[in-house]
Ligand binder design. Structure first.
Ligand SMILES: [Zn+2]
Length: 466
């Protein structure tokens, strides 16, 4: 039985989808004004892993996400670079796809830009105004927070405690326009913005929170199964999404709220001011194995903080290489026809342990323990006298399937080795085929100088990072 930790109840709850066998899932996407940083990647990987596991468990997952392409940050960036807001958004949407593809983040079933749903946003806001939940003020439209019941439930804060926090962030001008400091903007009269739309309240642009409510109801349903995002989105973003959506539809907005933890860099919070702000692009350019980056992110439970450092990356590489090495050893081992029922039974146990772990709010640490049991089994099977082809094929299939739930692909693929090492190995293979042992030894030393150890066994050259 799958259980998920719901931020509303602060408990693990049995996951029961609205439509049997189907999952409607919405995850807040990035504001496209810059290259994504490793915090964005962490959130994308956390929910991609959850999505992959739901799919693995047989659910048909409809995964919707957004690009926030109209926002103060985009307006500022466009003015800095003297280009249009649309150009900024297009550039960074392309960059998002370029940067998430190597990390094996699956494309959303539907991913839309805020600017694609402006008529829907205007209709949604108009309905809130008609129902008395929202009001116009000098071309802005605000949501009347005190009219909403259970506001602050998700954040586990009393409304007046939230108000103190909110008013601290508000400028004087916005405060003058609002009936209550806690009210939030649904529509903004934004003279600085190049892109603006006609609306019943004059020309302007939508606020941030409204786009997610609109997309979630438009592309999924009034009530959906899972809504996800970073823990920093609980208030105000998700709190406001609930208020406006439930005011609009009169129904519960989301059954399960899931939030991922932060990324720390060298045990410090990642921030621009600390100078430890790492973009995914820089990381991918400076590190040769994107699957290790994915592994580092996916191997930490989604609710826990991730500590990113080069030491953690190196540790992840060692772990992932253990899995890859076992996989390749079995792949290359000599086999005889048949099946080994004792090994098959142990294999089934590892798979069952993996499922039990992931069913417990996606407990990836325990899931990896099951995978490493399977790695141990694989290695001891390779060392045994008689390897059966059907059992070997089953192990390889299961290992690759379980790793692909974590978003790791290409276990049997040698190309993750740096190009230089691959070239040296190819030369060494030729030298050995020609029985040129001194050349072979020289190449082995060169490989060692680059940080890899090569050994020869019946399956050929086995390479390990030193
Ligand atoms: Zn959102």
């Amino acid at each position: 039985m799958l259980k998920v930790f719901n931020t509303v109840s602060l408990k693990k709850e049995e996951f029961v989808p609205i439509n049997p066998g189907k999952v409607m899932m919405y995850v807040c996407g990035p504001t496209v004004y810059n290259y994504i940083h490793i915090g964005n990647a962490r959130s994308s990987i956390a929910f991609d892993t959850i999505r992959r596991y739901l799919t693995y468990r047989g659910y048909d997952v409809n995964f919707v996400s957004n690009f926030t392409d109209v926002d103060d940050k985009i307006i500022n960036r466009a003015q800095e670079e003297a280009v249009s807001e649309q150009e900024i958004a297009e550039k960074y949407i392309k960059a998002f796809y370029d940067d998430t593809l190597p990390l094996n983040i699956l494309p959303a079933t539907t991913r839309t830009k805020a600017t694609d749903v402006i008529p829907d946003i205007i209709a949604f806001i108009s309905d809130l105004v008609d129902k008395g939940y929202a009001y116009e003020s000098h071309g802005d439209v605000y949501f009347r927070v005190r009219k909403s019941k259970d506001y602050g439930l998700l954040a586990h804060e009393a409304i007046d405690d939230l108000e103190v926090g909110a008013s601290g962030r508000l400028d004087e001008h916005a405060l003058e326009l609002k009936e209550d400091p806690l009210d939030f903007a649904l529509w903004k009269n934004e003279p600085r913005s190049v892109i603006k739309w006609d609306s019943p309240w004059g020309q302007g642009r939508p606020g941030w929170h409204i786009e997610c409510s609109v997309m979630s109801t438009k592309y999924l349903a009034d009530t959906i199964d899972i809504h996800g995002g970073g823990i920093d989105l609980v208030f105000p973003h998700h709190t406001d999404e609930i208020a406006q959506s439930e005011a609009h539809t009169g129904k519960q907005f989301v059954h399960y709220w899931l939030h991922n933890g932060f990324v720390n860099v060298n045990d410090e919070k990642m921030s621009k001011s600390l100078g430890n702000f790492t973009t995914v692009r820089d990381l991918l350019n400076s590190y040769d194995d994107p699957m290790t980056i994915r592994y580092l992110m996916a191997a930490t439970h989604y609710r826990r903080p991730i500590n990113y450092s080069t030491a953690e990356l190196a540790r992840s590489r060692v772990e992932l290489d253990r899995i890859r090495t076992a996989y390749r050893r079995l792949q290359k081992a000599d086999k005889t026809a048949g099946k080994d029922s004792v090994i098959e039974k142990k294999l089934s146990k590892s798979v069952a342990d993996f499922i039990t772990a992931m069913d417990d709010d996606f407990n990836v640490a325990n899931a990896l323990a099951a995978i490493f049991d399977l790695v141990k089994l694989t290695n001891s099977y390779v060392d045994s006298a008689d390897i059966k082809d059907q059992t070997a094929a089953n192990i390889l299939k299961q290992l690759s399937q379980l790793m692909s739930v974590l978003g790791i692909s290409g276990l049997g693929n040698d190309t993750i080795l740096p190009k230089k090492i691959q070239d040296l190995l190819a030369q060494r293979k030729t030298a050995r085929a020609n029985k040129d042992w001194s050349q072979s030894d020289e190449l082995r030393d060169q490989i060692a100088e680059s940080g890899y150890e090569v050994r020869d066994d019946s399956n050929g050259q086995q390479v390990h990072k030193i």
